[in-house]
Design a protein around this ligand. Structure first.
Ligand code: PHE
Ligand code: NA
Length: 453
């Protein structure tokens, strides 16, 4: 293992890591997934539980993952093994790392399909193919875009190629720069959309849908979905944040960095909600429409607003960029593992991984056309990838991570690595020992009660 002798590449300080981690966190999860699952699970109560999960589970888990990565200097598998071995514990704990790596890969397999939607809508905006005057017209455009496997496959293949191309080029190049203009750009687009929404006649309904809390309106499944989405949106338990953490220089503050990333991610998600739901209510659309929600609603807004085509182009451009800065983080764990353990070059690891990814993502893509009928328990292949990762693998991986950090390892490991003052450290420890695991277990037990009937 000669490569482990060499110092690992590092981000250009805390700021470089911040940009990359924010780029990973902010993506389709915020703008595509958050609104549509909020719509499916009924709004306010779901949003509240999601916010609670972000801060009670997501933030402590993110700090722990970054600390694991930086302490163990490697992919999730290697980093966790090194850290547990240093505490004299069994290498079997690195199973958490294997699951994370698999999870990142599974997420990417369906993520490229959704990113493909974004790219194809960018193209439609440019080519003038997004006209229609009603929700039904837009639903027809979305349906037609999905119906042809060659068309949809072209876009998901393009995303796969771009992802592996960027990843093959290395850790830093390009990522930091693109995030530093893409993030402000995305926020400006959302501000414009929210401003438009205020005059659309649906704003009041949107605000009350998102923020009025009806106790008892959230199902057990909704609870689990909120927890799972907290992991998904912060890129946790999928190898992304842990591996990025392995490139973070010693001395950079993990706590402050984590809080900034979590806040930025949450702000973008809530802004997306405020941008999208007014359009939905103003057009009498069903909030529970499903994965096509933003693609059926936002084009209507762009058509109705002044300079709409320009804003629409910019919006889908930013969304596609945001998707890419997330997608590259999902394979980083696998690539880093291959490079460290198999002695192959970064480009070779990327192309090899890309081929496997392409095969699996093609199956996910077919869920919208040829393979729509290939279902199991009412879910197609695309649904299964999403369901298994968000509802089960990520919360379980997160549980393993906090239990490991809170109870199993020598207590000075994380005290040193996190470098926190006594009070914040005690807070972190309370979270990883009691609050986060209890939250996860309670939601799991609740969900199992439902799934067993
Ligand atoms: N956090 C990303 C998003 O919200 C998705 C993601 C999940 C990225 C897992 C990396 C790992 O779009
Ligand atoms: Na996110």
């Amino acid at each position: 293992m000669a490569s482990s002798e060499q110092p690992r590449t590092q981000w250009l300080g805390r700021w470089g890591f911040m940009l990359a981690a924010t780029g990973s966190a902010v993506g389709l999860g915020n703008i595509w997934k958050f609104p549509y699952i909020t719509g499916e699970f009924g709004g306010g109560a779901f949003v509240l539980v999601y916010l609670a999960c972000i801060f009670a589970v997501g933030v402590p888990v993110m700090m722990t993952e970054i600390a694991f990565g930086r302490r163990g200097q490697g992919s999730p598998v290697d980093a966790i093994r090194r850290v547990v071995n240093a505490s004299g514990r069994s290498s079997a704990w690195s199973l958490i790392g294997w699951m994370a790596m698999l999870c990142g890969f599974m997420i990417l397999s369906f993520y490229v399909v959704v990113a493909g939607w974004s790219f194809s809508y960018l193209w439609k905006m440019l080519a003038g193919g997004l006209s229609g005057s009603s929700v039904d017209d837009m639903a027809a455009v979305f349906g037609a875009n999905n119906a042809n496997p060659l068309n949809l496959g072209f876009w998901s293949t393009l995303v796969t190629l771009l992802t592996m191309l960027i990843v093959g080029k290395g850790v830093q190049e390009g990522i930091e720069k693109s995030v530093s203009w893409m993030m402000p750009g995305l926020v400006i687009m959302l501000v414009i959309l929210i401003g438009f929404g205020m005059f659309s006649g649906g704003f009041g309904a949107a605000v009350s849908f998102l923020f009025s809390f009806n106790a008892g309106s959230l199902s057990s499944e909704g609870l689990l979905a909120a927890l799972g989405h907290a992991f998904f949106t912060l890129s946790l338990a999928s190898g992304a944040i842990l591996t990025y953490g392995s490139y973070l220089p010693k001395g950079a503050s993990i706590g402050r960095t984590t809080v900034s990333v979590a806040v930025a991610d949450t702000v973008v998600a809530l802004m997306a909600g405020l941008a999208i739901f007014p359009v939905i209510f103003a057009n009498g659309m069903n909030p529970g429409e499903g994965p096509g929600l933003i693609f059926m609603s936002l084009p209507l807004a762009f058509q109705a607003m002044p300079l709409g085509t320009l804003f629409g182009i910019l919006f889908f451009l930013m969304l596609s960029m945001a998707a890419l800065t997330s997608s590259i983080s999902m394979v980083e764990a696998t690539i880093s593992w291959l490079c460290d353990n198999k002695g192959i070059s970064r480009p070779a690891a990327s192309w090899g991984t890309g081929i496997v990814l392409w095969l699996i993502s093609t199956l996910a893509m077919l869920s919208f056309n040829l393979g729509a009928e290939w279902t199991l328990g009412g879910k197609n292949f695309f649904d299964w990838l999403d369901y298994l990762t968000s509802r089960w693998m990520m919360p379980l991986g997160g549980l393993g991570t906090v239990v490991l950090a809170g109870f199993v390892l020598k207590s000075d490991t994380f005290r040193e690595e996190l470098g926190l003052a006594p009070l914040p450290y005690a807070l972190w420890l309370t979270m990883v020992r009691y609050v986060s695991p209890l939250g996860i277990v309670v939601i799991f037990v609740d969900a199992l009660g439902v799934y067993q009937v």
